[in-house]
Structure formats: C-alpha cells, structure tokens
Write a protein that binds this ligand. Structure first.
Ligand code: AMP
Length: 194
C-alpha cells in the first residue's frame, strides 16, 4: 500500500497535487475538510461540528480522529490512502501512527510542499478573482499563512526524520511539481511491487 500525507500552505497547490497523485496511483483521496462537509450534510455529529466551525475553530481531535479512522478503515484494501488536511495536531499524528500500526499499514511518504509568503499571497489573491471563496483575499491570506506555519511546524518536526519525508518546492508549475514528487515515489513503488 502507498499511504501518503500531504502538507502545504495556502496556494501551494496541495489539493491539486493530491488529486493528481490519487488519480495516478489509484489512491483514496481522504480529505478531512471534505469528510467533515459530508458529516455536516447528513451525519449524527453535524451540530457539534458546525458549532466549532462557525466559531472558526478546528474540530476537536476526538471527533475528527474517529471520523477519519472509520473512513480509512473502509479503504484498507485500496492501493493506498492520501491523507489531505490530516493530521493537523500532534495528537492526530500520534493517533494516526497507532492506527496504521494497528491495521498493519505503512506510512510511505510525507510530502511537505513549500511556498514563500509572498507567493502564497500572490496566488491566493489571484485565485480569489475567480474562485468565489470568501477567504481568498489579501486580508485573510496573511492570517491563514501564519496560521498554517504555526500549525504545521510541530507536525513537520514530528515527521522530518521519517525515511519517507519529502520536501518539495511548490513554486514551479503544477506539472513540474508533480514530476518532482513522482521522481521520489516511482522507484520506491517499483521496488515494493517487484
Ligand atoms: P479545510 O477544507 O481543510 O480547510 O477544512 C475546513 C475546516 O474543517 C477547518 O477550518 C476545520 O474547522 C476543520 N478541519 C479540517 N481538517 C481538520 C483536522 N484535521 N482537525 C480538526 N479540524 C479540521
């Protein structure tokens, strides 16, 4: 199995690369944001989740951990899982480690897409002109970028010594970033399947 976690600041193209990777390797794209939106739509935890999200908070670890593990367990026999938006706290990271161990699944790669603050602002402001997302503007992007840095720093420290940790420059065009990621993933995949 090819299990991957992907990190990246606003505008780094995390969602885009996640989609490309999922398609290329047949991975199940497990986006925590998407999972929560589904639960909000028709799940028993909708009200609790809504309360936290309208307050601009992260959803409590306990809720997201159980939702995510349930979704991941269902896809245990897929070619792999791509974790997008998860983990977002050390508690989630440690819990994911335990979960994968318990299920006998490897953590293959941790992709850290990097982007400067200046480029993040430039891209998000440009995206805001067409995306319709209320948070895609100059005023919020600074806070989002800083928030990401603060949130991701301990997680990146946690994974930095993992043999599958990859730091990938998010500045080049989409296809070039994807190629850079694949360059690391393909040989290992061939080794694992030959
Ligand atoms: P996103 O689509 O990744 O921006 O996530 C949307 C919202 O869902 C966030 O603002 C959080 O409230 C919540 N969320 C997503 N992922 C997580 C997570 N791993 N832990 C806690 N809350 C999360």
């Amino acid at each position: 199995m090819l299990n991957i976690i992907i990190f990246g600041p606003p505008g780094a193209g995390k969602g885009t690369q996640a989609k490309l990777l999922a398609k290329r390797y047949g991975l199940y794209h497990l986006s925590s944001g998407e999972l929560l939106r589904q639960e909000l739509h028709d799940g028993p935890l909708a009200e609790k989740i809504r309360n936290h999200q309208t307050a601009g908070e992260l959803v409590p670890d306990k809720i997201i951990i159980s939702l995510l593990e349930k979704a991941a367990r269902k896809k245990k026999s897929s070619p792999g899982i791509l974790f997008d938006g998860y983990p977002r706290s050390l508690k989630q990271a440690r819990s994911l480690d335990r979960f994968l161990k318990r299920e006998g699944l490897p953590l293959s790669y941790i992709i850290n897409l990097t982007l400067t603050q200046a480029e993040s602002i430039k891209r998000i402001v440009a995206r805001g002109k067409t995306s319709g997302r209320v948070d895609d503007n100059r005023k919020t992007v600074l806070a989002r970028f800083a928030g990401y840095r603060q949130e991701a720093a301990p997680l990146l420290d946690y994974y930095r010594d993992h043999p599958g940790y990859l730091e990938i420059d998010g500045h080049p065009p989409i296809s070039e970033i994807f190629r850079a990621i694949r360059k690391h993933i393909e040989p290992a995949k061939k080794r694992a399947t030959s």
